[in-house]
Design a protein around this ligand. Sequence first.
Ligand code: ATP
Ligand code: MG
Length: 262
Amino acid sequence: MPVTTYANHKGGVGKTDEVEGHAAALAMQGRRVLVVDLDPQGNLSRRMGYQEHELESRPTIAEAIRDHSPKALRASFLPCQWEPTWADNITLVPSRIELEERISEAGVPLSWQRLHKCLAPLAAEFDDVLIDTPPTIGHLLHLALVASDHVVGVTTPTYDAVRGIYRLKSFIENPDQRQGLGLRCQMIGIVINMKRSQVINHEQRTESLIAKFGDLVWTPHLPLRASIEDASERAEPPQNAGIEVRQIFDSRVGNYLKAVAA
Ligand SMILES: Nc1ncnc2c1ncn2[C@@H]1O[C@H](COP(=O)(O)OP(=O)(O)OP(=O)(O)O)[C@@H](O)[C@H]1O
Ligand SMILES: [Mg+2]
């Protein structure tokens, strides 16, 4: 059961959108996908059909991590609310703002292993686990990375977002962090989102990412499209933005499947 974290040390670059698109494309292939919303903003949970008030007084990822309990994780499971074509094989671990409370527990020895302990016993039940993360390199990202085999960096072709990818990659590769946290994950891909055509900055950033990271940068790039934002607003998968977007996610999932099989 490959576990993959989607991350950048930069907000608003399309991490959650990417998790949604990958989950939908994998589920369409009949794979059983568990998506974990590890962001206290709860954007993924909302976009998969659950408003914040609907998640009050029910288990979420916050309790599962607090108790480092697979049982509590299972108790939080919810079906994705998209139309069945996309949603049939997707199970959501939702998030609420209470997840913020886990951050202050970062100093407790081995606290960073709590998500891994929750997920490990589920290996026979899912084909893929995708983790959406907040735009920080703190305890919540540590929890995700410790539980993960793979990392996909999500970026826009802009200066600050690309810097965020550099920081993320050097964090993952730092020998002290790898040893201290017990990381085993590797970066398998970098995806470029919200690319505008004929914008010189975007072309230059894209070229410099490819020059630096080569094949790690997956193509094609996802263009900036109002229809993608509209799909998020309506709590629908990005694939509902049209055939072009659908093909891009199918292609990215092809890269993902190749990487996780290697
Ligand atoms: N290719 C795109 N074209 C247009 N809008 C997009 C595209 N991709 C994502 N968006 C929109 O941009 C906004 C930010 O995307 P998203 O929430 O996925 O980013 P994020 O990196 O998860 O943000 P955060 O760091 O806050 O979690 C959302 O409103 C989303 O619908
Ligand atoms: Mg997000």
